[in-house]
Design a binder for this molecule. Structure first.
Ligand code: S3P
Length: 437
């Protein structure tokens, strides 16, 4: 077995200056998918060349789409139209990427040819019935492993029918998967979400000229249309920016600007939660870029206090909880999270893995079935923590070390590259002390 990457994050760093974090992962995936299926040439800038989005890119290349790049975040995609994909010669390996697998399950269900979608050890444990059940109701034929996990064997040539689907979980991946299958279905497909989730698929479809109907928590489209080629400027990923929002908030004397960050209201729960905790976060130069709102974000150190996190904010901050737990650990008083059972089926069981890591650092953290209770304190003791191959857990503990009484050694950090290539350099660039081994 190859030795995996270790971070050694030191205490006492500063958090100063300006930083543009890499492109938004969700939007980057969708740019490849919809650009490939559009008629004509789509140009993308700001593309995230992390392992997850590169897995999506390779999958579409394997289905005959010509894609130039990424070259400094720029891609040129020769769209083949909704019916122009070619059968791949083997299984499509989607690595660690749940977004690739769940969204592509919907798209592949509408193709004339068979496909098999596979992933790494973590993805191979993640639940897929949440997409195969609604897609099956549309007429898709998809085999999973026992337990509803990958690989997915998708039989081509199925005749899909539009459905009305009420999602039992607030999941943008499920919503997107069903809508993307709906592009190939007879009649109208409608998805109702129990709480707002990220709407990048809907925005990008609208940007490609596809007619959508939105009514409260329901979005509908009819099959049989076409996608126009687009120019897509991918903003910096608020989920990656979140690590530095917390880093600046918890570091005495910190003052940081994060540039060109996507602030789509379905993603800004992290800002709302940090502000409720007392953080100093200012949005400046708000603008709209290619259908997505963007701003520069100014963060200064602040005294944080513990809160009961409103459940309505949970889906809007779903990927940011590992680092929010770090903020809670240095806040004054207790922070309680509820209604977040979804965290148990992310790249790792983020409730258990974070609780274990926080406890190793001397923080009082009590996992519950659907959340966690964290007692805030002075900081983190020097410790060794295991990220369990989860990129966001690894980056969260790198931030924690800013308030450590010694270094935090973080094991199994290779997957930081799935969403944030260049993370270590970005940290060093603003004064954080981090080395790798
Ligand atoms: C994503 C949706 C979210 C999120 C994931 C990306 C997307 O997953 O956690 O990182 O791009 O649609 P769920 O749909 O499972 O909540």
């Amino acid at each position: 077995m190859t030795q995996s990457l270790t971070f050694i994050a030191g205490p006492g760093g500063s958090v100063q200056g300006r930083l543009r974090v890499p492109g938004d992962k969700s939007i980057s995936h969708r740019s490849i998918m919809l650009g490939s299926l559009a008629d004509g040439v789509t140009r993308v800038s700001g593309f995230l060349d992390g392992d997850d989005c590169l897995a999506t890119l390779r999958a579409f290349r394997a289905m005959g789409v010509e894609i130039e790049g990424p070259d400094n975040g720029e891609l040129t995609i020769q769209g083949v139209g909704l019916h122009g994909l070619k059968p791949p010669t083997g299984p499509l390996d989607l690595g660690n990427s749940g977004t690739s697998m769940r969204l592509m399950a919907g798209l592949m269900a509408g193709q004339a040819f068979d496909t098999e979608l596979t992933g790494d050890a973590s993805l191979s444990k993640r639940p897929m019935r949440r997409v195969t059940v609604p897609l099956g109701r549309m007429g898709a034929r998809i085999d999973t492993a026992e337990g509803g996990t990958p690989p997915l064997k998708i039989h081509g040539g199925a005749k899909l029918e539009g459905i009305r689907y009420e999602m039992p979980v607030a999941s943008a991946q499920v919503k997107s998967s069903v809508l993307l299958a709906g592009l190939y279905a007879d009649g109208e497909t409608c998805v109702t979400e129990p709480a707002p989730t990220r709407d990048h698929t809907e925005r990008m479809l609208a940007g490609a000229g596809y007619a959508l109907r939105r009514d409260g928590g329901t979005v509908c489209l009819s099959g049989g249309g076409r996608l126009a080629a687009m120019t897509i400027d991918v903003p910096a990923d608020i989920s990656s920016a979140a690590f530095f929002m917390v880093a600046a908030s918890i570091t005495p004397g910190a003052d940081l600007w994060l540039e060109h960050v996507g602030i789509n209201p379905t993603r800004t729960g992290v800002i709302d939660i940090l502000r409720l905790m007392g953080a100093s976060i200012e949005l400046v130069n708000e603008r709209e870029v290619g259908g997505e709102p963007v701003a520069d974000i100014h963060i200064a150190a602040a005294r944080l206090r513990g809160i009961d996190i409103p459940e309505s904010l949970v889906p809007l901050a779903i990927d940011e909880f590992p680092v929010l737990f770090v903020a809670a650990a240095v806040a004054e008083g207790r922070t309680r999270l509820t209604g977040a059972e979804e965290l148990r089926v992310k790249e790792s069981d983020r409730i258990q893995v974070m609780a274990d890591g926080l406890r190793a650092c001397g923080v009082a953290a009590e996992p519950t079935a659907d959340g966690i209770v964290i007692k805030g304190g002075d900081g983190f003791h020097t410790a060794e923590v295991d990220s369990h191959g989860d990129h966001r857990v690894a980056m969260a503990f790198a931030v924690a070390a800013l308030r450590g009484d010694g270094p935090i050694t973080i094991r199994d950090c290779d997957n930081v590259n799935t969403s944030f290539p260049g993370f270590v350099d970005a940290c060093r660039g603003i004064g954080m002390q981090i080395t790798t081994a």
